[in-house]
Design a binder for this molecule. Structure first.
Ligand code: ADP
Length: 617
């Protein structure tokens, strides 16, 4: 069947700079989009145009406009992007309508592809993303990608909301975080740093605002930040008019690990996160206690908030959302929002409440598969499926916290992650129901198959793990205990990552403190050993060790050395040696994962890309 032409026209293309040294230029090209490819050719007066490039539509992972205030050096000023394979193509359309047409058509043709969950709204330029300042070109995106097309999702014009009229002026002011060029007639352009009145914020993506000339229209809510803290009122975690002492009393009364609130700091315009913890302090601090962290603003010239570590967010709600899932430098994750007028609001309205609960009647248990740090693992059947059931030994896991987190873990779904189907809390001991992995844990599988696995198979295993981990990384989820023993092998020899995030629920100090015997020091990055500073980049270090385990066919790293000897040799710059079966290129990747500074290590997105290109050789 011949492809059907959908769109054609002349636009300007920026060179894709597939290599670091490729030149940066802008060239006029004649583009043709059909049902199979996006082709571009060089117009040659008097002769047939010469095809210069062809992108297969199935390789496209994102097509979206580019929002940027950088001066555009070519005549056409309306940029959009096509992320395909591992390359970004920037195309400049002559006007906004033309750009809209192309983006909509591309989205339509690629909507069933394997799309990115998040994309970069701004350019990759001078070695960094202008939107999130990440310095790796293949770093996961920072804004949710809408494959249907932003314009079509927009709500219909809203009727005046009588309640809004009653609120005060300050409450309705927002500041533009960046310029916004309207996508349609009912949008309002935004100018960076200008103030606008917020008319309606009830839609989750598009807010209605008014400029100082009285023009109203829609803008993407991620492009503006509320000026006053008063607008946090809609969040259950925000408490205004509470003192530091008042916050401490309320949180101590709540008494749950990770109970938290955001409150106004004494310094005007600044906010503080107060969080309750039972974790032992390092300098004899009293226990339990409430810790206070000021929300800081980075000097990037743009709104960029951070808490304990420099993970930047353009709004405070985004920052809180991230720390609800990752401690990332805080004493504990922000687990239970507490408000002055209702205590913990965790249990009030939970739309997911019953979706993760496994009915004990539907679960049958079979023979033992193994045992781990939480207890026995049994084979089982649930809803016609073979499953693995982890019986949680009492006193082994902080189950209140786990129940809450299980909901988050269940929504983390990828073909290279062992899926958690649900939790059975009505039975004692509580148990977790997982996807069944016929061939058991990777480290034992490697040892059992020693001498019989080809280099390609070993590389494929690393590729599987990097794929699962790239997904976790893009979901801001940190594994914390990546190792071959925590990966499982399926019936058809696929490797999947398991036990992600589980160490947070272990109550055994021997396991959770880096000084103690069960702590996986030999898989841990230096910053984890020294300060328990977990991040996706500390997972990358562990991944390097996992690759080493794979290519040594399941040997134990630093076999004859104690944990403290390992720490000492790491400090003096020594690293694990190249396994005999590892190609040089794979060994280089391992060494890259073991860079001292987390920021010098590659991301999983990049590792996935590198491993994929090696496995094609
Ligand atoms: P824990 O997380 O409690 O330490 P593990 O995940 O290490 O437990 O599981 C112990 C053993 O149980 C594994 O080595 C493996 O043999 C078996 N097992 C665990 N999960 C599964 C699963 N999803 N499918 C099949 N076997 C499993």
């Amino acid at each position: 069947m011949f492809p059907r032409v959908i769109l054609k026209g002349t636009m300007i293309k920026k060179s894709q700079q597939k290599r670091r040294t490729s030149p940066c230029n802008y060239k006029e090209r004649f583009f043709v989009l059909d049902t199979q490819d996006l082709k571009y050719s060089e117009p040659r007066p008097g002769r047939r145009p010469m095809v210069k490039g062809c992108i297969k539509l199935y390789t496209i992972k994102c097509a979206e406009i580019v929002c940027s205030d950088v001066p555009i050096p070519c005549n056409y000023k309306y940029p959009f992007q096509v992320f395909h394979g591992d390359h970004y193509l920037y195309i400049f359309a002559p006007d906004n309508d033309c750009r809209q047409r192309w983006v909509r058509a591309l989205k339509e043709e690629t909507k069933n592809n394997n799309l990115v969950p998040k994309y970069h709204p701004n350019f990759w330029m001078d070695g960094k993303w202008k939107c999130c300042l990440q310095t790796e070109k293949l770093a996961a995106g920072c804004h949710v990608y809408n494959p249907v097309g932003s314009a079509s999702k927009k709500p219909l014009p809203l009727l005046p909301d009588p309640e809004m009229e009653l609120r005060d002026e300050v409450q309705r002011t927002v500041i533009a975080l960046q310029d916004y060029t309207p996508l349609g007639d009912d949008d309002l352009p935004l100018q960076k740093d200008q103030e606008y009145m917020l008319i309606n914020s009830s839609h989750s993506e598009w807010w209605a605002v008014e400029d100082d000339q009285g023009h109203t229209g829609f803008v993407p809510c991620t492009y503006v930040a509320v000026k006053s803290g008063k607008n946090f009122e809609r969040f259950e975690w925000y408490n205004k008019n509470i003192t530091r002492g008042g916050a401490e009393d309320l949180l101590m009364k709540e008494g749950k690990e990770g109970a938290f609130m955001v409150r106004d700091s004494r310094q005007a315009g600044v906010y503080t996160v107060s969080v309750f913890t039972k974790a032992p302090g390092s300098n004899g601090e009293k226990n339990p206690r409430v810790k206070h962290y000021q929300i800081r603003q980075a000097e990037t010239g743009e709104a960029a908030f951070y808490l304990a570590e420099k993970y930047l967010f353009s709004t405070i709600p985004e920052l809180i959302h991230y720390h609800q899932h990752n401690a990332a430098g805080l004493i504990t994750r922000l687990r239970h929002p507490v408000s002055q007028d209702g205590g913990s609001s965790q249990d009030i309205c939970d739309p997911f409440k019953d979706q993760w609960e496994v009915d004990p009647e539907e679960l049958t248990l079979g023979q033992e598969l193994g045992s781990g740090q939480f207890g026995l693992v049994l084979e089982g059947r649930w809803k016609e499926k073979k499953v693995a059931v982890k019986m949680i030994r009492e006193e082994c896991m902080s189950d209140e916290e786990f129940k809450e987190e299980a909901r988050v873990m269940m929504r983390v779904a990828h073909c290279k992650l062992v899926q958690l189907y649900g939790v059975c809390t009505q039975r004692s001991p509580m148990c977790l129901v997982f996807e069944f992995m016929e061939k058991g844990c990777l480290s034992e599988y490697l040892r059992a198959k020693k001498g019989r696995l080809s280099q390609d198979t070993l590389l494929g295993m690393c590729l599987d793990v990097s794929e699962g981990m790239a997904y976790l990384e893009s979901s801001n989820f940190i594994h914390r205990d990546l190792a071959a023993r925590n990966c499982l092998v399926s019936k058809n020899n696929e490797v999947k990552v398991s036990d992600f995030g589980m160490t947070r629920f272990v109550l055994d100090d021997q396991y959770t403190s880096s000084q103690c015997s069960k702590f996986p020091v030999k898989w841990s990055a230096p910053e984890v050993i020294k300060y328990c500073k977990f991040s996706s980049k500390s997972d990358v270090w562990s991944f390097g060790v996992l690759m080493w385990e794979v290519f040594t066919e399941g040997r134990l790293p630093y076999e004859n050395r104690t944990n403290s000897e390992v720490v000492e040799s790491l400090n003096s710059g020594l690293r694990l040696l190249k396994p005999r079966l590892a190609p040089d290129a794979v060994h280089l990747l391992m060494e890259w994962c073991w860079k001292e500074k987390p920021e010098d290590r590659p991301s999983f997105a990049l590792l996935l890309h590198e491993l994929a290109s090696l496995s094609n050789l």
